[in-house]
Ligand binder design. Structure first.
Ligand code: HEC
Length: 169
């Protein structure tokens, strides 16, 4: 089953390599929605993204550590200092490029929702972390479209972030 799933994902991914500069890396700008629907994003993620990026956002990494599909949250993901951790940026990237080779197929509502879902999960600490989540939020994440330093599912994001820079990526 795992082999079948991986070859399906590899088939979908044909023609793109991790690290290639996909069109849209410069982050498309989408009109902002009145609110971010994380619950809806969870459903979009399960239906359209989990096949490659994993049910827990862990992606697919070979035994040698080569990234087949990048993790989207957790200890091996991009960190809280990355542009992608801003929901606005992630939405622009996803709209243009995801699901892989099917950019432009998701409507904006689903794009914002899935970007919010991904960017409201824990990930490695912001390299600019001052020692205080509140201060770091104020200095670098002061936006309604940024979940760092917000409470999600009873946890303060940023408080228990794994250290950044421990996984070469
Ligand atoms: C067929 C496999 C596949 C599917 C399905 C897919 N992705 Fe991706 N995704 C990739 C690959 C491969 C990359 C790496 C592309 C690159 O960096 O050049 C990627 C990169 C990303 C990145 C950037 C990660 C980083 O570290 O910069 C995000 C965010 C992302 N995908 C979100 C999504 C979302 C949201 C969905 C569902 C709507 C989705 N993907 C569906 C294969 C997939």
């Amino acid at each position: 089953m795992l082999v079948a799933l991986e070859s399906y994902a590899a088939y979908l991914a044909k023609g793109a390599r991790v690290g290639d500069n996909l069109p849209g890396r410069g982050y498309l700008k989408l009109a902002k929605p009145p609110e971010l629907d994380v619950a809806r994003g969870e459903q979009v993620y399960a239906a359209k993204c989990a096949v490659c990026h994993g049910g827990g956002g862990e992606g697919q990494v070979t035994a040698d550590g080569d990234v087949v599909f990048p993790p989207l949250w957790g200890s091996r993901s991009y960190n809280w200092g990355a542009g992608m951790s801003s929901v606005t940026n992630a939405a622009g990237f996803i709209k243009a490029n995801m699901p892989l080779s099917q950019g432009g197929t998701l409507n904006d509502e689903d794009v914002w929702a899935v970007a919010a879902y991904i960017d409201s999960r824990e990930r490695p600490q912001d390299p600019r972390f001052s020692g205080s989540v509140a201060e770091t939020r104020k200095a670098h994440h002061d936006s309604d479209y940024d979940f760092y330093g917000k409470m999600v599912d009873g946890r303060l994001l940023g408080e228990n972030s794994p250290p950044s820079g421990t996984v070469p990526r």
